[in-house]
Design a protein around this ligand. Structure first.
Ligand SMILES: Nc1nc2c(ncn2[C@@H]2O[C@H](COP(=O)(O)OP(=O)(O)OP(=O)(O)O)[C@@H](O)[C@H]2O)c(=O)[nH]1
Length: 381
């Protein structure tokens, strides 16, 4: 009876892993545009599947060499699968320096395990458990660190829980095999591959792990969509839509300064140097403006060559001073275009509001006056 259930469970595990691998391969096409690499999750499922199948296929009648190869391959597949999952998660979290360490851990463990004789379960199990615990533990740890840094919108809680739990169970298993009672070793020798608790554990882990990964990837995509919806693709600063979102009641209650600026004779830049130079000039302007702002200030692209700045808590005098400082900085720092300086200036219109909506019409009128008065100057709206 147990043997039949074991076989069914093993088949379910194989099916889940194969479906998950197929699903991740399919989804990786969607993530490609967003530089979201999902192949490692497909590979991770396939490798875990191979590891499980090899473990299930262990035969007591095999020769010592066959058993050695079988055991070794099964363990290396399972470890590579975990490394692949970790690689994928690090990619989603933007932690790019880790792949080499993951590779080194798997190759090191594989080499050490290759040196052990086939039936040597104790130290093989120990090495496997320690490496697996290290891989899953570092994944959970790094995810936790990324969560603490500004990536709080990402759903990393389930990842931390699932991989943390796997790391813990692997560490306990390694310790039990190396220094635990004799029954632990016996259980490993006889039950591995066919025991129902083990198969259930693998099945649940595989499903929960994939669900946690789906949660992480979806939250990453939602975060990306939010970012795209609120940022200007050319310059990377906020867009007009984002301004409303940032102009909260709290910010308005505290008062805020606003600067609307428009580049002078920008059409000539495009006409003389080409559209690429115009784009580079817009990026340059954003860099100069950003360098002169406080962390709490907001910079948004209001239109083609118009930018809007919001200075929370700033009085009209402070906003006028800030605008003058930015105007001078822009004038003093030309864009280097194909080795030659390309001089840029802008006209600024300044307003200050408290407990009231921003008066864009007044700011626009101020800009018009600054242009009419000769450009490259600051006026109060
Ligand atoms: N390269 C580039 N040019 C842009 C972009 N958005 C708007 N422009 C250009 O900005 C120029 C704006 O020109 P105008 O509105 O005539 O104003 P101007 O030449 O700056 O003159 P004044 O504002 O009167 O000083 C147009 O030539 C637009 O094509 C962009 O994203 N990239």
């Amino acid at each position: 009876m147990d043997a039949a259930v074991s076989l069914t469970l093993a088949q379910v595990i194989a099916l889940v892993a194969a479906l998950a691998a197929g699903g991740w391969s399919w989804a990786s096409g969607m993530g490609r545009d967003d530089r979201l690499l999902l192949h490692p999750f497909a590979a991770g499922n396939l490798l875990v599947l191979a590891g499980v199948l090899l473990t299930l296929g262990r035969s007591p009648d095999a020769t010592a060499l066959e058993r050695t190869l079988h055991y070794w391959l099964a363990d290396v597949c399972a470890l590579s699968g975990m490394a692949s999952f970790a690689y994928g998660v690090f990619g989603v979290l933007g932690l790019n320096r880790w792949p080499r360490r993951l590779g080194a851990a798997v190759v090191g463990a594989a080499l050490l395990m290759a040196l052990l004789p086939g039936p040597e379960l104790r130290w093989r199990g120990f090495l496997f458990g320690v490496t697996a615990a290290g891989l899953c533990g570092s994944l959970a740890w790094r995810a936790r660190a990324a969560h603490r840094r500004r990536q709080e919108q990402l759903v990393v809680g389930p990842i931390i829980l699932v991989f943390g739990a796997i790391a813990l169970s692997m560490a306990v298993r390694a310790l039990l095999l190396a220094w635990g009672p004799e029954w632990a070793l016996k259980a490993e020798a006889t039950a591995v591959g066919t025991s129902l608790p083990m198969l259930w554990t693998v099945l649940v882990q595989l499903m929960v792990m994939n669900l946690a990964l789906v949660g992480l990837v979806l939250s990453r995509l939602v975060q990306r969509i939010h970012h795209l919806a609120r940022h200007d693709p050319l310059t990377g600063c906020l867009n007009r839509r984002a301004v409303d979102h940032h102009l909260t009641a709290e910010l308005q209650a505290g008062g805020y300064g606003v600067i609307l600026l428009d580049l002078d004779h920008f059409k000539q830049v495009n006409d003389r140097y080409g559209h690429n130079a115009g784009d580079a000039a817009l990026r340059h302007v954003v860099a100069v403006l950003q360098a002169g702002l406080r962390e709490e200030d907001l910079l948004a692209r209001w239109g083609g060559e118009e930018f809007l700045l919001i200075l929370p808590g700033a009085t009209v005098t402070e906003t006028l001073q800030a605008a003058e400082r930015l105007r001078a900085a822009l004038e003093a720092e030309p864009l280097l275009w194909q080795g030659a300086p390309l001089h840029l200036t802008a006209s600024f219109s300044v307003g200050s509001f408290r407990r009231e909506a921003m008066d864009v019409t007044a700011l626009d009128a101020g800009l018009y006056r600054a242009k009419a008065a000769g450009r490259n100057q600051v006026v109060r709206a």
